[in-house]
Design a protein around this ligand. Structure first.
Ligand code: SF4
Length: 482
């Protein structure tokens, strides 16, 4: 909502349904939280692939007329937030190209860490790139492949990639799903009568009444067509690195990702947070919407009543016009309003999922104090975020992550709380039941499971992101939000 890691992308694909594009549209609705900058659908009637891609929300882009231009039994959809490449229409997905193997459309969730290396090599060989998105390298590799079949060309192409990728792809008559061998991003497989569905999160299956079959396995390429379903292993077995932040924040609580209910894991995070950082208080208040599940768990465990002491305005758009520069922090006030009858005179535990820069937490704590809270204790349902992500999540550089460069007491002083408590890494692992270390936790540890790229541009980006020069922490009390 405010000062958060930004979601990545949502991917949806369907094969074998007469209204494939309409179902893709519904699926993208369910996946809108994974990307709000652009959306697109490609569909095929068996003879050719057509595309509609625009900037904006799914609802803004697709109406009856737009969907009528996408006939066929096969479709792939994408919601995008730009983790690599600029936010512009040329980078909207699915990417659609025509080549020696025929048309192919590609929707990508994740970040290909060796994309720059591959791109430089292909440019040297004469490739002309249309976008600056990392995903485009895949279709160039596919187009250049000398393999005899499109499946072999695809497998040869994805096998050259390193990093995080969950793909939904289509030719004019096949749906293809592929996932990196570490399984960074989720990708579920489902059925709707005779149709096959792939999607980033199971909430998209629920919306269209499809049933969950299984996850696309890490390292698997699934090819679905009239000739059946074929599973190809494109990579040697690798250490699993599911993104734990999907459970902490990204995925919808009504989804199952990596084989677990997001709601259950997130509520558990709250329970463990209360065990580890409990404090005497009168009321537990979630920071909506991201802190709600963890606040429920905290309240249950601590036996302190949960009350909605902050109300979120769900109708605020992406931008709004501030009435005057003199009204400070208007951005937070227009989105959240405190309920004085709940907060006044109370010792409040405020629960949120993460602190990135700390700027929004500081405004919210001040807002709660201004509503009359006697004490404000900020509790965060994951460990301190100390390192940026290179696997498909938009994160600020390390110097902007408050926990990377400041002690717990400095953070407490900056946000203006009476106390600040984070869940431990052990607590996080306990909540996801991870005894075999199947999760990526790089943003909490700074230890990265997939090696970084070797080329100059990527190193420059890396150096900038990992720059550790701390931001100054003001000594004075935070300014009023009123
Ligand atoms: S670094 Fe953090 S956000 Fe990125 S994949 Fe790993 S756990 Fe997820």
């Amino acid at each position: 909502m405010f000062d958060k890691f930004r979601e990545e992308c949502g991917v949806f694909g369907i094969f074998g349904h007469a209204e494939a594009a309409k179902l893709a549209y519904l699926g993208l609705y369910a996946l809108q939280h994974r990307g709000q900058e652009s959306a697109g659908i490609t569909a095929s009637d068996g003879t050719r692939i057509r595309a509609v891609r625009e900037m904006g929300y799914v609802n803004d882009i697709f109406d009856k007329d737009a969907l009528a231009t996408l006939p066929g039994h096969l479709a792939v959809g994408h919601t995008r937030y730009s983790t690599a490449g600029e936010s512009k229409l040329a980078n909207a997905q699915p990417i659609l190209i025509d080549c020696v193997h025929g048309q192919i459309a590609l929707a990508h969730n994740g970040n290909i860490v060796n994309a720059n290396e591959i791109r430089q090599r292909l440019v040297g060989l004469g490739s002309i790139f249309q976008t600056n998105s990392d995903s485009e390298v895949v279709v160039h590799l596919y187009a250049r492949s000398q393999a005899g079949t499109f499946v072999d060309a695809l497998v040869e192409s994805v096998a050259q990639l390193s990093g995080a990728f969950s793909f939904g792809m289509m030719t004019k008559d096949h749906l293809i799903a592929a996932r990196d061998p570490h399984g960074f991003r989720p990708l579920a497989l489902g059925r709707l009568a005779d149709a096959w569905v792939v999607c980033s999160e199971t909430c998209a299956l629920d919306l269209i009444n499809a049933t969950y079959v299984r996850d696309v396995e890490p390292g698997e390429v699934l090819v679905i067509g009239a000739d059946g379903v074929r599973s190809v292993r494109a990579f040697p077995k690798a250490k699993l690195s599911h993104c734990v932040f999907e459970h902490v924040y990204f995925a919808r609580p009504d989804s199952e990702v990596f084989g677990q209910s997001v709601n259950e894991v997130r509520t558990n995070l709250g329970r463990l947070l209360a065990k580890e950082t409990g404090v005497p208080a009168d009321v537990v208040v979630p920071i909506p919407d991201s802190g709600v599940c963890a606040a429920i768990g905290y309240s249950e465990e601590a036996q302190i009543p949960l009350r909605f002491g902050l109300i979120r305005n769900h109708y605020v758009g992406r931008t709004f016009i501030e009435p005057a520069q003199s009204i400070r922090h208007f951005g937070v006030k227009v989105k959240l309003n405190p309920v004085k009858s709940i907060l006044a005179g109370k010792r409040v535990v405020l629960v949120d999922d993460s602190i990135v820069r700390g700027t929004t937490s500081r405004k919210i704590v001040k807002m709660v104090r201004a509503a009359g809270a006697a004490e404000v204790h900020l509790r965060i349902s994951c460990p301190p975020t100390i390192s940026p992500c290179f696997y498909g999540v938009d994160t600020p550089r390390r110097s902007e992550l408050i926990a990377a460069t400041h002690s717990l007491d400095e953070i407490r002083r900056y946000v203006g709380a009476d106390s600040v408590g984070y869940l431990s890494l052990d607590g996080l692992m306990q909540a996801v039941g991870d005894r075999q270390q199947h999760y990526c936790t790089s943003c909490y540890t700074g230890q990265y499971p997939v090696a970084f790229p070797q080329d100059h541009n990527a190193y420059l980006q890396l150096t900038l992101k990992l720059d550790g020069t701390p931001l100054p922490i003001p000594e004075e009390e935070p300014e009023s939000v009123i």
